[in-house]
Design a binder for this molecule. Structure first.
Ligand SMILES: [Zn+2]
Length: 432
């Protein structure tokens, strides 16, 4: 490590309290994604103000400000983007070095109705843990990127290539925040997304398919507690649950050589998760009788390299044979519909230069070799790859309970991440 690099890292050490403060400020402003509305504006304006104070030019725009986005095949219609601006900060390089995008989402998933021991928006600190909704997924990673950018400009390092820092809206709903940045023209030679990876450098992410499976009461009649017992759709949906359980088990029996090489250390990578389950009009008091329908919402993971069509073939062939074998389902088959859009998996060559650059920076900061594996989740990564032709790496802090109660991020990871981002910006974009 040379003197300038060391100077930047020392500066980041000194600004550790500011990094923690910024993360806490972001966590304290709720930005829950309430499908189809959101409330990112206040938090985005705070971030924009900080970035302005640090001296960076900004571009603030909502997804719908980007002309033509509504005609894009990946645009998800029917979402409200009033008061939901993206914020892009630009650190303009002095020449023609390689460019870098660091992109993170500012929206968080809903805190309710989970049981928290900490105020979800209190940003409590206990030892090395900073608690709160979004602390891990992914305001902490965003704050680290901001502080890296700040340290570089504060010590007067002049980058040759451009760095763009994107804080985007509606990742937990549609991905239109990221899509609109791509369509607005933000392009770079590499993209880093600081989603929580426990400091593992991930050249790949999983794909995810959501399906809603419903069973209506046979003959669409509602009986008041009489009639043949198994016309009740609850019994049908129970068989579907059994089938999905078996589907996950069968997929888990994959031969080791067929497991994607970046996912061989992961337990149950091809998870099938029943996320919601409902029967009858639960919101209507006094809706007695056999429920009109029962449905569930399931998410299912796929490895990088698997297309939506390949997954659908596998899924329908399994489910159709399960229906064939089960009289209740055969008589009254489930109605299956896609929920939301397919989240594509993504991958780049694990030896891509940006991987090497991140690994070198990691070793300088953490004094050990990084873990390199696939990210165990789907995210906006594929949008940059598929619609922006940019190589994408997922790399962010550790912690626990993303999308769950008592979410927290490790503070030490945020400090290390800030340093690794700073070194990567400097050496990827080059500097004077
Ligand atoms: Zn996330």
């Amino acid at each position: 490590m040379n003197r300038i690099e060391q100077f930047v890292l020392d500066t980041i050490d000194e600004s550790r309290p500011a990094l923690i403060d910024l993360t806490r400020e972001l966590v304290r402003i709720p930005t829950e994604n309430k499908q189809t509305i959101g409330g990112e504006k206040e938090c985005q304006l705070l971030l924009a103000n900080r970035l302005k104070e640090f001296g960076f030019p900004l571009d603030v725009f909502t997804p719908l400000d980007v002309e033509g986005i509504e005609n894009h095949p990946r645009f998800v219609p029917g979402r409200d983007y009033e008061n939901r601006p993206n914020v892009v900060a630009i650190l303009k390089g002095s020449g023609r070095g390689k460019s870098l995008i660091i992109s993170g989402h500012i929206d968080v998933c809903a805190k309710e109705p989970l049981l928290w021991n900490h105020d979800p928006f209190g940003a409590d600190i206990e030892n090395d843990r900073l608690y709160g909704r979004g602390s891990l997924d992914m305001k902490g990673g965003l704050a680290a990127a901001v502080m890296a950018l700040k340290a570089i400009s504060a010590v007067g390092v002049e980058l040759v290539g451009n760095v763009y820092l994107e804080s985007v809206v509606d990742e937990e709903g549609s991905g239109s925040g990221s899509l609109s940045c791509i369509l607005r023209g933000y392009k770079a030679d590499a993209v880093i997304i600081p989603e929580p990876t426990s400091m593992t450098i991930c050249p790949a992410s999983m794909g995810e398919k959501y399906m809603r499976i419903a069973i209506h009461t046979e003959n669409r009649k509602q009986y008041i507690g009489s009639g043949p017992k198994d016309i009740n759709p609850v019994y049908g949906i129970a068989k579907v649950i059994d089938a999905l359980y078996t589907f996950e088990e069968e997929r888990g029996k994959i031969e080791p050589e067929n497991i994607h090489p970046l996912y061989r250390n992961m337990a149950n990578p091809l998870a099938v998760t029943i996320e919601q389950l409902k029967a009858g009009d639960v919101g209507v008091p006094g809706a007695f009788g056999i429920p009109v329908d029962a449905w569930l919402l399931a998410s299912m993971r796929v490895f990088p390299g698997t297309t939506e069509e390949e997954f659908e073939r596998e899924f329908y062939s399994f489910l159709n044979s399960a229906i064939e074998k089960e009289p209740v389902l055969k008589r009254n088959p489930p109605i299956i519909a896609n929920e939301a859009r397919f989240l594509h998996p993504h991958q780049i060559d694990p030896n891509h230069p940006i991987m090497k650059m991140l690994s070198d920076s990691f070793m300088k900061v953490c004094k050990q070799r990084p873990k390199i594996e696939g990210a165990p989740f789907a995210c906006d990564g594929f949008l940059f790859e598929k619609y922006g032709q940019m190589p994408v790496v997922i790399f962010g802090p550790g912690g626990e309970n993303a999308h769950a109660a008592n979410e927290y991020v490790r503070i030490q990871d945020l400090c290390d991440l800030t340093k690794i981002f700073a070194l990567t910006m400097m050496n990827w974009c080059r500097y004077r």
